[in-house]
Write a protein that binds this ligand. Structure first.
Ligand code: ADP
Ligand code: MG
Length: 241
């Protein structure tokens, strides 16, 4: 195993909760309701991934698979300025791709893995992992097939993570209907993707909104971290104290 490193999130409280940052050679999943901060963390990691390792960075390029169309180059530029980095240079180091189908998402992973043999990467983002599966396998009888394809995709992602020693940050949605069609109250504590995703994610983080721009992150599942919570802010500079 190569030297595992930890990538700073931009918040020292969150980094401490994570034992120093988000670890490489592993899959870290963040789930939570709409606006809980999943994408803002992803955007912030796009910058810190490029910083020197002595500053908590990953000293590498970024691959970003966007399935929801929420990547914002102007946010990247804004967050880059906070870290005193050149916005254009930072953007150039992000290999961005919008995925439209599960098949497309798979193809992009193959393309990204090929790029990784050529240049040093530090981070792979998939925001979000399940959105296209929900669309492409929406039929009643398609769940087992969906889970099978999901399992394949996640093992591909894990292989990329270990082979190139990169941080993988994936986001996930929460269950919209825990009541089996009876109740339509969203359950913020139930990530979708079932056992397949639960087993594939090394560390699972549950995000929720606090007061104002405050967000709370809770360790939902981890092989080595104690249970706990951290509070951080989302501001112009991305994930902040
Ligand atoms: P999701 O979990 O749905 O991906 P996001 O990560 O997109 O949520 O978080 C959206 C929230 O981030 C917004 O509701 C807002 O509170 C905050 N936010 C987004 N952009 C900015 C900004 N430029 N300055 C301050 N806060 C921002
Ligand atoms: Mg989002």
């Amino acid at each position: 195993r190569q030297q595992v490193f930890r990538l700073t999130t931009g918040s020292s409280a969150l980094d401490n909760l994570l034992g120093g940052g988000i670890e490489s050679s592993a899959i870290t999943e963040a789930f939570g309701e709409f606006r809980s901060g999943k994408t803002q963390i992803a955007l912030t990691l796009c910058i810190t991934a490029q910083m020197p390792k002595t500053s908590g960075g990953g000293m590498g390029k970024v691959a970003y698979i966007d399935t929801e169309g929420t990547f914002r180059p102007e946010r990247i530029a804004q967050i880059a300025s906070r870290f005193n980095l050149n916005p254009e240079a930072v953007l150039e180091n992000i290999l961005y791709a919008r995925a439209y189908t599960v098949e497309h998402q798979f193809q992009l992973l193959t393309l990204i893995a090929a790029k990784m043999t050529e240049e040093p990467f530090a981070l792979l983002v998939v925001d979000s992992i399940m959105a296209l599966f929900r669309v492409d396998y929406s039929g009643r009888g398609e769940l087992s097939e969906r889970q099978q394809v999901l399992g394949k995709m996640l093992s591909r992602i894990m292989k990329i993570s270990e082979q190139y020693n990169i941080v993988v940050y994936i986001t996930n949605q929460v269950m919209a209907d825990p009541g089996g069609g009876v109740s339509f109250v969203p359950d913020p504590k139930k990530p979708i993707g079932g056992h397949v995703l639960a087993h594939a994610s090394t560390t699972r983080l549950y995000l929720r909104k606090g007061r104002g721009e405050q967000r709370i992150c809770k360790i939902f599942d981890s092989p080595c971290l104690p249970e706990g919570e951290a509070t951080f802010q989302i501001g112009p500079g991305g994930v902040e104290e």
